[in-house]
Design a protein around this ligand. Structure first.
Ligand code: SAM
Ligand code: SF4
Ligand code: SF4
Length: 356
């Protein structure tokens, strides 16, 4: 873990970035959203995220005592909110393997300044009752990951033979619980599921579900990433347009990571996230908190800063806030813009650990 010296008034180095009322980093970026990984465990073994060879039955996941408990997560989230964070997203690992997640959501939803609590899940544990409990607790938005609708393709990706129908059932459960609009995320990688782009569009077009395509990213060190496996956002849109005409839409808000497209026949919209071919570092206002309480200022960071030790040593709210401010004010990350640079060889933290 790194410790950086305290610098209360960082200098803004860039323009054109929405300024936060709280802290800004070395590139003038405020801190607006926090992704919270609530567990490093998952019941899937997606080949691009937690390949079985590396996350086998002997893999050492974090012992329970090392995970932040809900009170600790809430305290840290409050510190982030006091510095400008308005959106929280729970992720993992698979966040729904963490028991009583709705209790955490109800704690987070009432934090002053927080106007949006969302969740990314593989959908495997999303029953109707769970959907209702999440909604009642204050969950605002839900993203379900699904990388294929063809059984064999999906099975080969999740690598635990999890059926497509159950994830589609989770989408229905979420809608029935009033958790709409739902987004469905599909990571696209060459040789894995590029043939599934059109079947996925056929499945969700006209249902109100917003399908989002994500370029395969070089997160972590274990997923066998190579540039030639990336299906670019442009290729994805061209593939869709070959059957379903689409037109570009404006962003919902400055710094939105997905480019938005609407079907020309008015039957809904899709999003495409071009993290590799069109990086959005200059407007990146996102921090990440790992399940064991380290804060990372970039998805591709190799080191985080431990906040759990501070929380467990009895630090005051002001001390916690200062620590977060200190980390953010020193932030200079723009990994995706530098991808071709030498930094690419640095060991990076795994996606299942830090959260997507
Ligand atoms: N288990 C949950 C799920 O799958 O939705 C939450 C955690 S998962 C790490 C969050 C998101 O990251 C998923 O949509 C997943 O497909 C995506 N993801 C994982 N590895 C990725 C990679 N190398 N490139 C792009 N997206 C990735
Ligand atoms: Fe689990 Fe999500 Fe990673 Fe798949 S992408 S292995 S569901 S954490
Ligand atoms: Fe943000 Fe890092 Fe991704 Fe750039 S590479 S958009 S700084 S998380």
């Amino acid at each position: 873990m790194t410790n950086v010296p305290f610098n209360p008034s960082p200098k803004s180095l860039s323009s054109g970035v929405e300024k936060s009322s709280g802290v800004v980093d070395q590139r003038g970026r405020g801190i607006r959203d926090l992704r919270i990984s609530v567990t490093d465990r998952c019941n899937f073994r997606c080949v691009y995220c937690m390949p079985k060879e590396l996350f086998g039955s002997d893999h050492a996941f974090l012992p329970r005592a090392e995970l932040l408990n809900f009170e600790e997560i809430e305290r840290i989230a409050r510190a982030f909110a006091s510095l400008g964070v308005t959106k929280l997203r729970l992720t993992g690992g698979e966040p729904l393997v963490r028991k009583e997640l709705e209790t955490l959501i109800s704690q987070l939803a009432v934090i002053p300044g927080i106007d949006d609590v969302s969740l990314t899940t593989n959908g495997s544990l999303l029953t109707l009752d769970k959907g209702r409990a999440l909604k009642d607790a204050g969950l605002k938005r839900l993203t379900i990951s699904l990388d294929a609708v063809t059984e064999e393709v999906f099975s080969a990706i999740n690598d635990v033979k999890f059926p497509v129908a159950k994830v589609l059932g989770a989408v229905d459960n979420a809608l029935a619980a009033g958790l709409d609009p739902i987004k469905v995320n599909m990571v696209v990688a060459k040789g894995m599921n590029e043939e599934e782009i059109l079947p996925m569009v056929r499945q969700f077009k006209g249902t109100g579900v917003i399908l989002r395509f994500i370029e395969f990213m070089d997160v972590g060190n274990t997923n066998g990433w190579k540039l030639d496996r990336v299906v670019s956002a442009r290729e994805i849109v061209e593939t869709i347009a070959s059957e379903f005409p689409v037109e570009p839409l404006n962003a919902n808000y400055p710094g939105e990571v997905a480019s938005r497209w609407k079907f020309s026949d008015g039957s809904g919209e899709i999003g495409v996230i071009s993290s590799v071919t069109k990086p959005f570092c200059s407007s990146c206002t996102r921090a990440r908190l790992s399940a064991e309480g380290s804060v990372y200022t970039c998805l591709f960071a190799s080191e985080g800063t431990d906040l759990r030790a501070l929380v467990r040593s009895g630090a005051s709210d002001d001390e916690l806030r200062d620590a977060v401010q200190n980390v953010w004010s020193h932030r200079d990350d723009r990994y995706s813009e530098l991808r071709s640079d030498a930094t690419v060889d640095l060991p990076k933290v795994e996606m299942s650990y830090i959260g997507g």
